[in-house]
Design a protein around this ligand. Structure first.
Ligand SMILES: NC(=O)c1ccc[n+]([C@@H]2O[C@H](COP(=O)([O-])OP(=O)(O)OC[C@H]3O[C@@H](n4cnc5c(N)ncnc54)[C@H](O)[C@@H]3O)[C@@H](O)[C@H]2O)c1
Ligand SMILES: [Zn+2]
Ligand SMILES: [Zn+2]
Length: 379
């Protein structure tokens, strides 16, 4: 089959790879119909995540048709069109039993922190991902779900990560009726978090980024106010100004390890790799939230310690919630919202690119060219 493969930082190509096989009775093989590139894939593409091996196939957002199933699979049949959550979870361990699907203890030899994720380096289990013609789906009775007939398959694709993660980010922000919520980052995750904040009763939603075309989407798609951090002297002061100098009730970090906005942090993280990512957005969140407020960290960071303003967070009484999003938990509620017409997730998709041209897709998304927000790959 044809599959995206990693060759090294900023170098990927499409190669022939052996077709995946059923390796366990509860595996399924899915023929991929649509995959997407996530902001998390960019951390791999830029060489930020440890143990990203040459030859690995990325892609943790995908939908497709079940081509074959192992002998113990009961919930799926050959021919089903399924959406597959980005996390691989056993469904029965202590963590899965409590809905902490991204912390599953059984799927990743390094599972002291994160569980299994498709195509997300060997730190998350080394499973090949879905930016390919076919993919092996372990624990096929646990993760995938048949896409309902009424649901646009590209909306289902957004559910597999970005939408579920944005919604989870808003949930972890502990929003109460009338709260002011700041979302850092107007990528797909930030846009979905901003949209979801309204569902949870926010009174004001303010999105911060430096890319005007994405802030435009924050205003139209997510009906948010916006701040371009490159156009203000100090974005934290600006957040304070706009919130009666108290700070926001909640701030959601939808940026993660590759945040811009501070040269020193950029050099010590992206260049010298002394930190598991630049904590600029997280520190803006800690500084911009009011005392006693909540920070929700959806942005991904590497495992190495970061220069996070922990003392300030402690002295302000800030609550910080975070995790890789257990998106499957969000699906029932998200399906209700989509069916009720509250949002059209695929509105954030800006590019559809054939698998053979995926290197171009990564380049566009990474360099934020051609007003790119979300790139979908068509095998
Ligand atoms: N927790 C999870 O389960 C989960 C799931 C998916 C994605 N993620 C993470 O969420 C983050 C966002 O993903 P995405 O797909 O939207 O990525 P993206 O790269 O499209 O978006 C990031 C946005 O942040 C902006 N930005 C950069 N520095 C900023 C700063 N200091 N303040 C405000 N905005 C800034 C960029 O201009 C960009 O628009 C990534 O770190 C990704 O790894 C986490
Ligand atoms: Zn992702
Ligand atoms: Zn588990």
């Amino acid at each position: 089959m044809r599959a995206m493969t990693y060759r090294g930082p900023y170098r990927i190509r499409v190669e022939d790879k052996p077709d995946p096989r059923i390796e366990h009775p509860n595996d399924a093989i899915v023929r991929v119909e649509r995959a997407a590139i996530c902001g998390s894939d960019l951390h791999l593409y830029h060489g930020m995540m440890p143990d990203t091996r040459v030859g690995h196939t990325f892609g943790h957002e995908f939908i497709g048709v079940v081509e074959s199933i192992g002998s113990s699979v009961q919930n799926l049949s050959v021919g089903d069109r399924v959406m597959v959550p980005f996390h691989i979870s056993c469904g029965t361990c202590w963590f899965c039993a409590r809905g902490l699907f991204t912390n599953c203890h059984n799927v990743n030899a390094n599972a002291t922190a994160v569980g299994g994720i498709y195509g997300y380096s060997h730190t998350t289990g080394g499973f090949d991902g879905g930016q390919a013609e076919r993919v092996r789906v372990p624990f096929a009775d646990v993760g995938p779900e048949v896409i309902p007939d009424w649901l646009d398959p590209e909306d289902a694709l957004m559910m597999t990560d970005a939408l579920g993660t944005g919604y989870f980010g808003a949930q972890l922000a502990s929003i109460r009726e009338g709260d002011t919520v700041v979302v850092l980052g107007a990528g797909p995750v930030g846009l979905f978090a901003a949209k979801s904040a309204w569902f949870m009763g926010a009174g004001r939603v303010i999105v911060v980024d430096q890319l005007d075309y994405r802030l435009e989407q924050a205003r139209t798609f997510a009906h948010a106010e916006t701040i371009n951090f490159a156009e203000v002297d100090d974005v934290v002061v600006e957040m304070k100004k706009q919130t009666d100098y108290l700070g926001a009730d909640s701030v959601i970090d939808a940026v993660g390890a590759e945040a811009d906005g501070n040269f020193l942090q950029h050099v010590t993280s992206a260049k010298l790799k002394l930190q598991g990512g630049s904590p600029v957005a997280l520190n803006w969140a800690i500084d911009g939230v009011r005392k006693g407020g909540t920070v929700s960290a959806m942005g991904a960071y590497g495992p190495i310690p970061n220069a996070v303003k922990f003392g300030d967070a402690m002295n302000k009484g800030v609550t910080i919630h975070m995790n890789q999003a257990p998106v499957k938990r969000q699906w029932p509620r998200l399906l209700e919202h989509i069916q009720a017409g509250h949002l059209k997730p695929s509105d954030v998709i800006t590019h559809r690119i054939p698998l053979e041209d995926i290197a171009e897709g990564y380049h566009l998304f990474s360099a934020k060219l051609d007003d790119c927000i979300k790139t979908v790959i068509v095998p």
